[in-house]
Design a protein. Structure first.
Lengths: 330, 304
């Protein structure tokens, strides 16, 4: 009981801190930190969506960045066509470009989910090591596809000249944008929590423990796992759509497998199967990167061994260390 | 026709490199049940050490002779210090720890050798070309790579099928505890197998040195191709690694060489080029997806 209380109070104070952060930052005068924290929230969102797979269903996807990239490219491609005044395609119907955030962000989610559906339906035929390598290979396939897609910048990527527009908000304003990211993250965590502790979540978690028993109960485990894979892809797509807006630039690098690996690191650092932890993990990873990079350009030579140590000795992640309580898969 | 044969040989040569990589990796997967993302790092270490020693001594053979033990030694140290602790852990832990190792090795090579790629020269006695068929001239070096790869494949087969050590390794993959109970030092055996795998990766790296640029991060592009090979061939199977490597090498090389021409016959030139180039770079992944739909465990599953 006390550990639940402790956990809830940590989550609540963390949430409160994020809500008032822009006030603190503008008061301290380091406006740069607003955009850094927007980035943290976006990566946090992507990491939370990956946590759904890693922490609750045991599906180790090493290609999660692909959906981040797709979401980002959806926003960028619609923007590109809107600024060139050229329709995306004219057959079977005319589709015009757009920079309306209320249109392109949901589209980013939808199209990433669609890709996750197709890729997931193939990948989920396999298990264990095969699954890891196949998710990785599909992500690389998309990476090479976008590298060779000359129309949208190929290797060089695509620049956006401004952020998407949402009625009543000025996304060009970093504080407004920050709250959009925070809102998206909170909504996704809320949905994910409801999902994980529902009957659906019970089945998915059951699959990772003993799939044969779940099947013996007459449940088609494949479609449940696929549904979770699609939801995780959708979350990553939303993160991608926001990331394209945040940096006003997309490139195939967003799909590169090192980003998938980094997302995994964030989940692990924060705490596997905790949903809040990955946000903390993203914050720590990006802040460490930011600060170590200031002292040495070779920060990765320290980060690598640190990661190995975390894997071997601190399995519960930072969230587990501060919040206590049960491990992972509660 | 001559062009087709030449590209076929190029594909074979890529396949051989991929085989050297995947043989080691598939052993580690199949026998120790460990997923090792850092396998590409040993390829990179082999290439760097080989290039440095060859440049300093002026002898390509000395470079190779230095690269092999360097890669094997690094591999055994990594096994002893890190991977040994992860055998009983979940795949996720193995992925994350070996991802950390990649970061470490990539950055370490940047610290030691800098950001500029190194270039390795083809030794004089392997320089030049031979005329295989009238009109078909092919570099001797690439032929030598193919020859070395074939020799390694045969000796690996002999090692596993004919020797006592090979028998123990195969038995260790089936039942680790039983082999230990029979008095085999299974920990040492695993370290040796891991070292053998990284030695082959180092060999692949040093042989790729004169063909590709030696740079930090070179291990990752080949690592992902190696994964594709292993998935196609079936995890843990040397036979699968041979078949998968040749298939992937050929599909990738021939796709890049001939898809543009095929598409130019079908569409107008600008669309043809962009479609063909993206299809060519995606071809092996499409091949992999197709194999998986038909045979989810790969073409030659190890324990079928």
């Amino acid at each position: 009981m006390t550990s639940t209380l402790r956990k809830n109070s940590i989550v609540a104070s963390g949430g409160l801190l994020l809500v008032i952060l822009p006030i603190l930052v503008s008061w301290s005068g380091h406006d740069y930190y607003i955009s850094l924290f927007s980035r943290i929230l976006i990566y946090g969102l992507a990491a939370v969506s990956l946590d759904l797979l890693l922490g609750f269903s045991g599906m180790i996807s090493l290609g999660h960045a692909a959906y981040v990239g797709i979401g980002a490219y959806v926003v960028a491609i619609f923007f590109h066509h809107a600024s060139e005044m050229e329709p995306l395609f004219t057959w079977p119907f005319v589709l015009e470009g757009s920079e309306n955030g209320l249109l392109v962000l949901p589209l980013a989610v939808l199209i990433s989910a669609l890709f996750a559906l197709v890729i997931g339906s193939l990948c989920l035929r396999t298990r264990g090591m095969h699954f890891i390598m196949i998710t990785l290979a599909f992500a690389q396939m998309l990476y090479y596809f976008f590298v060779s897609l000359e129309k949208y910048g190929g290797d060089d990527g695509l620049s956006l000249y401004s952020r998407s527009s949402i009625p009543g908000m000025d996304l060009g304003n970093d504080i407004h944008f920050y709250y959009l990211c925070l809102g998206s993250l909170l909504v996704f965590i809320f949905v994910a929590r409801r999902l994980v502790y529902s009957r659906f979540g019970l089945i998915v978690r059951g699959c990772s423990n003993n799939e044969r028993r779940i099947r013996a109960l007459g449940i088609n485990s494949y479609s449940y796992r696929l549904a979770l894979f699609v939801i995780a892809g959708a979350g990553a797509g939303l993160a991608g759509g926001l990331l394209a807006n945040q940096t006003e630039y997309v490139s195939p690098g967003l799909m590169h497998w090192t980003l998938s690996g980094e997302l995994m690191v964030m989940v692990l650092l924060g705490g596997l199967g905790t949903l809040f932890g990955p946000v903390l993990g993203a914050a720590v990873f990006l802040l460490v990167e930011e600060n170590l990079a200031m002292y040495t350009e070779h920060w990765m030579v320290y980060m690598g061994p640190f990661l190995v140590l975390v894997v071997i000795f601190a399995k519960r992640g930072l969230f587990g260390l501060v919040a206590g309580g049960e491990n992972g898969n509660e | 026709m001559l062009l087709v044969i030449e590209q076929f040989l190029n594909g074979l040569q890529l396949g051989i490199t991929l085989f050297l990589m995947s043989a080691g990796l598939t052993l580690v997967f199949g026998i120790m049940q460990v997923i090792n993302l850092a396998h590409g790092s040993f390829y990179m270490i082999g290439a760097y050490v080989g290039a440095t020693v060859a440049a300093a001594s002026g002898s390509f053979l000395l470079g190779v002779a230095a690269a092999l033990p360097a890669a094997a030694l690094c591999g055994m140290v990594v096994e002893f210090v890190v991977l040994r602790r992860l055998y009983e852990r979940e795949h996720l832990d193995q992925v994350l720890a070996t991802f950390g190792l990649i970061m470490f090795f990539n950055e370490l090579t940047r610290i030691i050798w800098g950001r500029q790629p190194l270039f390795m020269e083809v030794p004089l006695w392997l320089g030049g070309s031979v005329e295989l068929l009238p009109g078909l001239v092919y570099p001797v070096y690439r032929l030598a790579v193919i020859g070395v790869g074939l020799a390694v494949a045969v000796s690996l087969w002999a090692l596993f099928a004919k020797t006592r050590l090979g028998m123990q390794i195969r038995a260790g993959g089936v039942n680790r505890k039983m082999v230990g109970a029979l008095g085999v030092n299974i920990k040492l055996l695993y370290t040796l197998v891991f070292g053998l795998g990284t030695l082959l990766a180092g060999l692949a790296g040093v042989m790729a040195g004169p063909i590709l640029a030696v740079e930090s991060g070179m291990g990752e592009s080949i690592l992902i191709l190696t994964f594709v090979v292993i998935v196609i061939g079936g995890i843990g199977s040397i036979r699968g690694a041979v078949a998968g490597a040749v298939l992937v090498g050929l599909v990738d090389t021939l796709g890049r060489a001939f898809l543009p021409a095929v598409f130019r016959m079908l569409f107008d030139s600008s669309t043809a080029d962009s479609v063909a180039s993206s299809l060519a770079s995606m071809a092996i992944y499409i091949l992999m997806a197709a194999v998986l739909v038909v045979k989810p465990k790969g073409l030659f599953p190890a324990h079928s």
